[in-house]
Design a protein around this ligand. Sequence first.
Ligand code: GLU
Length: 380
Amino acid sequence: MATLSELSAARRVVVKVGSALLVGPDGAAHSAWLADFAADVARLRGRGQQVLVVSSGAVALGRRRLGLGRRALSLPEKQAAAAAGQSALMRAWEEALGPLGLTCAQVLLTRDDTEVRRRWLNARATVETLLGLGVIPVVNENDTVVTEEIRVGDNDRLSARVAQLVGAEALVLLSDVDGLYTADPRRDPAAVHIPRVARLTPEIEAMAGGANAQAGVGTGGMATKLEAARIASQAGCATFITLGTRAGPLSAIEADALATVIEPATTPRAAYKAWIGGSLAPAGALTVDAGAAAAVRKGKSLLAAGVRTVAGRFDKGDCVRVLDPEGAEVARGLVRYESGHASRICGLKSDAIEAELGYTSGPLIHADDLALAAHAPAAG
Ligand code: GLU
């Protein structure tokens, strides 16, 4: 099966671990499961792959700490439980990963962090830095500050947003079923397992019918998993849905254990560039000199030194147009300075930016955040 090559070929892998895997019925962390999973993560790290974990379990662990039992909780109680449980959750991860020489870091996100561009860029920069340092980010929703209306709500979707944030090639959703079936296999003995989905059609989505309450502690069902897979696929990331309870669930995927793979519709890089070039309304424009226009066309970053004028009012992270001296659009990109500061550093060499502004964010637009205009002359 092709699943082997895809998981092992991914440079970045996001693994979503649900509460049902992490927390036992007694409300304590499943340390044996965590230790086994940590060994699986260490194996991926050992062959140079970067791993991010999206971990639930804060509310489930916090219930026990706060003596809330198993009764239904109000939203403030859930948030209080998450506040108390998140530190226990991180301790459990540290205890599992630490003995294998792996360092982890807590990353708490809200929906705004993945949707408001400025916050998205900040979150991405932090996570990139952690990955560059060889750290395993352990991500959860920042449950204590979100309200019902602004929650991502489930970690399946959050993990797809994280995969999109870091341009991961693989997202693994560890579940209580070993993939997608034509019907719910626990209710329908005739249900047939689907190993591979090339495209998420309405027929496929209909198969996910009815949320499966994961041992009573999780929030996601197959429908939210397919929704996560859709976000991931459009971001260029393959999604693996597989059983999390078996030993070494990541190794098992490579050993051809039952799983469903939902294929990516594009590559992470192409998805990102298409988003910048096509989905965002430009908030301003930078007119650049001929040298800078040529550099951008060759795929280089846009430096302040090559910018002549700044038009429009924009914030850091907004999309702006890059125009050549004749006014033709060369590219669009996410700018690293707000418009007032961009005007002040126009024409300045990179080492003079800090003296002018008191800080530097590097180039005005980084090459990674530039999408060349479709009609722009080819690089050369
Ligand atoms: N953020 C929640 C927690 O840590 C879990 C949400 C989910 O499981 O989807 O308990």
